[in-house]
Ligand binder design. Sequence first.
Ligand code: FAD
Ligand code: NAP
Length: 313
Amino acid sequence: MAEARHSKVLIIGSGPAGYTAAVYAASAMANPILVQGIQPGGQLTITTEVENWPGDVHVQGPDLMIRMEEHARAMGAEVVSDYISSLDLSQRPFTATADSGTIFTADAVILATGAQAKWLGLPSEEKFKGFGVSACATCDGFFYRGKEVVVIGGGNTAVEEALFLTNFATKVTLIHRRDSLRAEKIMQDRLFKHPKIEMLWNHSVEEILGDENPPGVTAVRARNVETGAVTDIPCAGVFVAIGHAPASELVKDQLELHNGGYVVVQPGSTHTSIPGVFAAGDLTDHIYRQAVTSAGMGCMAALDAERYLAEQE
Ligand code: FAD
Ligand code: NAP
C-alpha cells in the first residue's frame, strides 16, 4: 500500500530556493518536508566556481548546495529523495504523488522546481545526446581532453562553459546567433582573451553531424544568418548552453503562468493564483535567475506560508 505523509508545509525542489524555504519553515516549527527531485541541489550542482554568493569569494556550486542541505536538515526539515510526478491543487489538503508511490498531503505547498536546460530541438541533437551532445560541461567536459568542441549560446552559461572546456579541449568554438553576447562584461573579457577560444558570430546551428557506429559527433553544421553560407566546424563534442526553461509542468493547468511558463506571483510576494500555494526561485523569475535571488524568494515563500497557515488557524 502507498505510504501517506502529511505536513503543514511541503517544499518541492532542492535548489537554493527550496533549501532556504526549508531553513525558514523549519525554524518556524512547521516541520516541513522537502522533496529533492532528480537533481538534488539543483542547477548549481552542475557548475564549478560560484563567485557571487555573498560571504564566499569562491565556492564550488556542489559544495554550496551540500552545505544548504545540511543547514535545512539541521534546522529540522525532513529532506526526502523522491520526485513528485503529479500534484493536485484543486482540493485541500493539497496532494502530491511521488514516483516512489508515497502520497504527500500538505496545508501549504512551496514550489521551487527551478528550471531545466533548453535544447535546440534538432533531430540530430536528440540522436547524439550522450554521444557527444551535452548541456553540462562540468559533467562531460572531461571526455574531450585533447579534442575540439563547440559551445552554442551567448549568455553567462555559454561563456562559463566555453571557459571551463578550455581545461580539456584543444580548441573551443563558441557559436552565437547574434553579433553580441548577453553574458556579463567581466566574463566576456575573459572569453575574448582566451587563446583557445574562437567566436563564430551570427551563425545558427542547423545540424549535428556524426558517425553511426559507434555513435559520435564529428562536426556541427552552422549557417550564417546574414549571408546564408553554410560552414561545417569539426568537433568531437557539442555543448548546448542556450538557457533554461521553468519546470512548471506539474502546475501548468492549475496555476496562472506567463512569459513562456513562469509561475505568476503577486508582486512583492510569493503568492500564486491559488491561496496556500507559493512559488520561489527560477520557476517564477524570468529576470534575475540567480542563486541569491532564488534563496531570497525561498525565504519569502516560507514566511508567506507561515502567515497563511496562521490565518487558517
Ligand atoms: P534549481 O536550482 O533549478 O533547482 C530546482 C530543484 O527542483 C532541483 O533540485 C530539482 O531536482 C527539483 N525539482 C524539479 N522538478 C521536481 C519535481 N517534479 N519533484 C521534485 N523536485 C523537483 N547563479 C548564480 O547566482 N551564480 C552563479 O555562478 C551561477 N552559475 C550557474 C551556472 C550554471 C551552469 C547554471 C545552469 C546556472 C547558474 N546560476 C548561477 C543560476 C542558479 O543556479 C539558479 O538561479 C538557481 O539554482 C535557481 O535556484 P532554484 O532553487 O530556483 O532552482
Ligand atoms: P540566457 O541568459 O537566457 O542566455 C541564453 C543564450 O542562448 C542567449 O544568448 C540566446 O541568444 C541564446 N539562445 C536562446 N535560444 C537559442 C536557440 N534556439 N538557438 C541559439 N541560441 C539560442 O541563459 P543562461 O546563459 O543559461 O543564463 C540563465 C541565467 O542564469 C541568467 O540570469 C544568468 O545571469 C544566470 N547565470 C549566472 C552565472 C553567473 O553569474 N556566473 C552563470 C550562469 C548563469 P540571444 O542572446 O540572441 O537571445
